[in-house]
Design a protein around this ligand. Sequence first.
Ligand SMILES: [Zn+2]
Ligand SMILES: [Zn+2]
Length: 254
Amino acid sequence: MTLVDTHCHLDDPKFDHDREQALERALAAGVTRLMAIGTGNGPPDLEAAIRLAERYPAMYATIGVHPHDASEATGDTFARLRDLAAHPKVLAFGEIGLDYHYDFSPRDVQRAVFERQLALAAEARKPIVIHTREAWEDTLAGVTSLPYGGIMHCFTGDAAQARQALDRGFHLSFGGVLTFPKAEALREAARIAPDDRILVETDCPYLAPVPHRGKRNEPAFVVETARRLAEVRGTTPENIAQLTTRNFEALCLR
Ligand SMILES: [Zn+2]
Ligand SMILES: [Zn+2]
Protein backbone atom coordinates (compact mmCIF):
# COMPACT_ATOMS: atom_id res chain seq x y z
CA MET A 1 0.00 0.00 0.00
CA THR A 2 1.41 3.38 -0.99
CA LEU A 3 -0.07 6.77 -0.21
CA VAL A 4 0.50 10.36 -1.21
CA ASP A 5 0.32 13.11 1.42
CA THR A 6 -0.96 15.86 -0.85
CA HIS A 7 -0.56 18.68 1.65
CA CYS A 8 2.22 19.07 4.19
CA HIS A 9 4.22 21.94 5.66
CA LEU A 10 7.51 20.18 6.26
CA ASP A 11 9.36 23.50 6.12
CA ASP A 12 7.71 24.37 9.46
CA PRO A 13 10.16 24.96 12.33
CA LYS A 14 8.33 22.22 14.26
CA PHE A 15 10.25 19.79 12.01
CA ASP A 16 13.64 21.42 12.46
CA HIS A 17 14.81 18.80 14.94
CA ASP A 18 13.63 15.69 13.07
CA ARG A 19 12.72 16.50 9.45
CA GLU A 20 14.77 13.59 8.06
CA GLN A 21 13.32 11.14 10.56
CA ALA A 22 9.77 12.30 9.88
CA LEU A 23 10.37 11.66 6.21
CA GLU A 24 11.83 8.23 6.96
CA ARG A 25 8.80 7.36 9.10
CA ALA A 26 6.57 8.44 6.22
CA LEU A 27 8.39 6.24 3.73
CA ALA A 28 8.31 3.32 6.17
CA ALA A 29 4.54 3.77 6.54
CA GLY A 30 4.08 3.64 2.76
CA VAL A 31 3.74 7.38 2.22
CA THR A 32 6.04 7.42 -0.75
CA ARG A 33 5.24 10.85 -2.16
CA LEU A 34 4.49 14.17 -0.53
CA MET A 35 3.42 17.55 -1.82
CA ALA A 36 5.14 20.23 0.22
CA ILE A 37 3.18 23.47 0.37
CA GLY A 38 5.33 26.44 -0.50
CA THR A 39 3.60 29.35 1.15
CA GLY A 40 6.15 29.32 3.99
CA ASN A 41 6.39 32.54 5.96
CA GLY A 42 4.94 34.44 3.06
CA PRO A 43 6.62 36.50 0.36
CA PRO A 44 9.36 37.44 -0.27
CA ASP A 45 10.37 33.79 0.31
CA LEU A 46 8.43 31.74 -2.23
CA GLU A 47 10.75 28.75 -2.35
CA ALA A 48 10.08 27.07 0.99
CA ALA A 49 8.80 23.90 -0.65
CA ILE A 50 11.10 23.95 -3.66
CA ARG A 51 14.13 23.76 -1.35
CA LEU A 52 12.71 20.57 0.18
CA ALA A 53 11.70 19.10 -3.18
CA GLU A 54 15.20 19.64 -4.54
CA ARG A 55 16.65 17.82 -1.58
CA TYR A 56 14.29 14.84 -1.27
CA PRO A 57 13.22 12.72 -4.25
CA ALA A 58 9.89 11.82 -2.57
CA MET A 59 8.88 15.44 -2.30
CA TYR A 60 7.11 17.70 -4.74
CA ALA A 61 6.35 21.38 -4.28
CA THR A 62 3.67 23.97 -4.66
CA ILE A 63 4.15 27.72 -4.88
CA GLY A 64 1.87 30.52 -3.86
CA VAL A 65 0.82 33.23 -1.44
CA HIS A 66 -1.43 32.11 1.42
CA PRO A 67 -4.48 34.34 1.98
CA HIS A 68 -3.02 35.24 5.40
CA ASP A 69 -0.06 36.85 3.64
CA ALA A 70 -1.97 38.47 0.77
CA SER A 71 -1.15 42.00 1.89
CA GLU A 72 2.58 41.24 1.52
CA ALA A 73 2.33 40.34 -2.16
CA THR A 74 3.83 42.79 -4.66
CA GLY A 75 4.30 42.93 -8.41
CA ASP A 76 7.65 41.24 -7.82
CA THR A 77 5.95 38.36 -6.05
CA PHE A 78 3.79 37.56 -9.05
CA ALA A 79 6.70 37.84 -11.48
CA ARG A 80 8.70 35.44 -9.32
CA LEU A 81 5.81 32.98 -9.08
CA ARG A 82 5.56 32.97 -12.86
CA ASP A 83 9.25 32.01 -13.09
CA LEU A 84 9.10 29.39 -10.34
CA ALA A 85 6.14 27.67 -11.98
CA ALA A 86 8.58 26.30 -14.57
CA HIS A 87 10.56 24.40 -11.91
CA PRO A 88 10.30 20.66 -12.69
CA LYS A 89 9.10 19.76 -9.18
CA VAL A 90 6.44 22.45 -8.90
CA LEU A 91 3.11 20.69 -9.41
CA ALA A 92 0.51 23.23 -8.36
CA PHE A 93 -0.31 26.72 -7.13
CA GLY A 94 -1.25 26.73 -3.48
CA GLU A 95 -2.35 27.09 -0.99
CA ILE A 96 -4.29 30.04 -2.30
CA GLY A 97 -7.77 31.24 -1.46
CA LEU A 98 -9.64 33.20 1.17
CA ASP A 99 -9.61 33.13 4.97
CA TYR A 100 -12.28 35.27 6.60
CA HIS A 101 -11.84 33.57 9.96
CA TYR A 102 -8.54 35.21 10.80
CA ASP A 103 -8.74 38.12 8.34
CA PHE A 104 -4.97 38.57 8.59
CA SER A 105 -5.14 40.44 5.27
CA PRO A 106 -8.03 42.69 4.23
CA ARG A 107 -10.67 40.76 2.31
CA ASP A 108 -10.49 42.82 -0.85
CA VAL A 109 -6.71 42.28 -0.94
CA GLN A 110 -7.20 38.54 -0.38
CA ARG A 111 -9.62 38.40 -3.28
CA ALA A 112 -7.31 40.35 -5.59
CA VAL A 113 -4.27 38.20 -4.77
CA PHE A 114 -6.35 35.05 -5.17
CA GLU A 115 -7.58 36.18 -8.58
CA ARG A 116 -4.07 37.06 -9.69
CA GLN A 117 -2.76 33.62 -8.71
CA LEU A 118 -5.65 31.84 -10.41
CA ALA A 119 -4.60 33.57 -13.61
CA LEU A 120 -0.95 32.60 -13.08
CA ALA A 121 -1.91 28.97 -12.45
CA ALA A 122 -3.98 28.85 -15.63
CA GLU A 123 -1.12 30.41 -17.58
CA ALA A 124 1.26 27.79 -16.16
CA ARG A 125 -1.32 25.03 -16.77
CA LYS A 126 -1.19 23.91 -13.16
CA PRO A 127 -3.92 22.80 -10.79
CA ILE A 128 -4.70 24.93 -7.75
CA VAL A 129 -4.78 24.05 -4.05
CA ILE A 130 -7.52 25.98 -2.29
CA HIS A 131 -7.52 27.15 1.33
CA THR A 132 -10.94 28.46 2.29
CA ARG A 133 -12.23 29.28 5.75
CA GLU A 134 -15.52 31.01 6.47
CA ALA A 135 -15.39 32.22 2.87
CA TRP A 136 -17.08 29.42 0.96
CA GLU A 137 -19.34 31.47 -1.32
CA ASP A 138 -16.67 34.02 -2.23
CA THR A 139 -14.15 31.25 -2.88
CA LEU A 140 -16.44 29.45 -5.32
CA ALA A 141 -17.42 32.75 -6.91
CA GLY A 142 -13.74 33.61 -7.37
CA VAL A 143 -13.02 30.44 -9.32
CA THR A 144 -14.80 31.27 -12.55
CA SER A 145 -13.08 28.41 -14.37
CA LEU A 146 -10.93 25.47 -13.40
CA PRO A 147 -9.08 24.55 -16.58
CA TYR A 148 -6.41 22.39 -14.90
CA GLY A 149 -8.35 21.17 -11.90
CA GLY A 150 -8.04 21.93 -8.24
CA ILE A 151 -7.99 20.57 -4.72
CA MET A 152 -10.19 21.68 -1.84
CA HIS A 153 -7.50 21.19 0.76
CA CYS A 154 -8.52 19.93 4.20
CA PHE A 155 -12.11 19.82 3.06
CA THR A 156 -14.37 20.07 6.11
CA GLY A 157 -17.73 20.88 4.55
CA ASP A 158 -20.93 18.86 4.48
CA ALA A 159 -22.44 16.84 1.65
CA ALA A 160 -24.10 19.89 0.07
CA GLN A 161 -20.81 21.79 -0.07
CA ALA A 162 -19.05 18.68 -1.34
CA ARG A 163 -21.53 18.51 -4.22
CA GLN A 164 -20.95 22.19 -5.02
CA ALA A 165 -17.19 21.70 -5.12
CA LEU A 166 -17.45 18.48 -7.11
CA ASP A 167 -19.81 20.10 -9.62
CA ARG A 168 -17.21 22.82 -10.12
CA GLY A 169 -14.61 20.16 -10.91
CA PHE A 170 -12.70 20.11 -7.62
CA HIS A 171 -11.07 17.16 -5.94
CA LEU A 172 -11.76 16.88 -2.20
CA SER A 173 -8.76 16.29 0.01
CA PHE A 174 -9.50 14.78 3.40
CA GLY A 175 -7.30 15.32 6.43
CA GLY A 176 -7.24 14.50 10.11
CA VAL A 177 -10.58 16.17 10.81
CA LEU A 178 -12.24 13.18 9.11
CA THR A 179 -11.27 11.07 12.13
CA PHE A 180 -12.67 13.46 14.76
CA PRO A 181 -15.71 12.12 16.65
CA LYS A 182 -17.93 15.10 15.88
CA ALA A 183 -17.21 15.19 12.14
CA GLU A 184 -20.27 13.18 11.07
CA ALA A 185 -21.38 15.74 8.44
CA LEU A 186 -17.91 15.66 6.91
CA ARG A 187 -17.95 11.85 6.86
CA GLU A 188 -21.25 12.03 4.98
CA ALA A 189 -19.50 14.23 2.41
CA ALA A 190 -16.66 11.71 2.22
CA ARG A 191 -19.21 8.97 1.56
CA ILE A 192 -20.72 10.65 -1.51
CA ALA A 193 -17.55 11.81 -3.26
CA PRO A 194 -16.81 9.79 -6.40
CA ASP A 195 -13.82 7.45 -6.47
CA ASP A 196 -11.95 9.61 -8.94
CA ARG A 197 -12.17 12.83 -6.91
CA ILE A 198 -10.80 11.91 -3.47
CA LEU A 199 -7.38 12.67 -2.00
CA VAL A 200 -5.78 12.44 1.44
CA GLU A 201 -3.46 14.83 3.24
CA THR A 202 -2.11 15.69 6.66
CA ASP A 203 -1.70 19.51 6.58
CA CYS A 204 1.03 18.71 9.08
CA PRO A 205 2.16 19.99 11.54
CA TYR A 206 -1.53 20.85 12.14
CA LEU A 207 -4.66 18.77 12.66
CA ALA A 208 -3.27 15.34 13.55
CA PRO A 209 -5.79 12.52 13.08
CA VAL A 210 -7.03 10.30 15.89
CA PRO A 211 -5.20 8.59 17.69
CA HIS A 212 -2.53 11.29 17.45
CA ARG A 213 -4.95 14.18 17.91
CA GLY A 214 -3.44 17.11 19.79
CA LYS A 215 0.13 16.09 18.94
CA ARG A 216 2.26 17.44 16.14
CA ASN A 217 1.02 15.94 12.90
CA GLU A 218 3.43 14.34 10.41
CA PRO A 219 3.13 12.72 6.97
CA ALA A 220 3.16 9.12 8.27
CA PHE A 221 -0.14 9.81 10.03
CA VAL A 222 -1.98 10.16 6.72
CA VAL A 223 -2.38 6.39 7.01
CA GLU A 224 -4.92 6.92 9.82
CA THR A 225 -6.99 9.23 7.64
CA ALA A 226 -6.88 6.77 4.74
CA ARG A 227 -8.06 4.01 7.09
CA ARG A 228 -10.95 6.09 8.32
CA LEU A 229 -11.86 7.09 4.78
CA ALA A 230 -11.95 3.39 3.86
CA GLU A 231 -14.29 2.63 6.77
CA VAL A 232 -16.58 5.49 5.85
CA ARG A 233 -16.76 4.39 2.23
CA GLY A 234 -17.08 0.69 3.01
CA THR A 235 -13.88 -0.33 1.32
CA THR A 236 -10.31 -1.31 2.17
CA PRO A 237 -7.40 1.00 2.98
CA GLU A 238 -5.57 -0.60 0.04
CA ASN A 239 -8.35 0.48 -2.29
CA ILE A 240 -8.28 4.03 -0.89
CA ALA A 241 -4.50 4.09 -1.31
CA GLN A 242 -4.81 3.00 -4.91
CA LEU A 243 -7.58 5.47 -5.77
CA THR A 244 -6.04 8.49 -4.09
CA THR A 245 -2.63 7.75 -5.59
CA ARG A 246 -4.12 7.44 -9.05
CA ASN A 247 -6.08 10.68 -8.54
CA PHE A 248 -2.97 12.55 -7.44
CA GLU A 249 -1.11 11.32 -10.51
CA ALA A 250 -3.92 12.23 -12.89
CA LEU A 251 -4.37 15.69 -11.44
CA CYS A 252 -0.84 16.77 -10.57
CA LEU A 253 1.60 14.68 -12.63
CA ARG A 254 0.03 14.92 -16.05
ZN1 LIG B 1 -4.85 25.67 4.67
ZN1 LIG C 1 -1.77 24.05 4.66
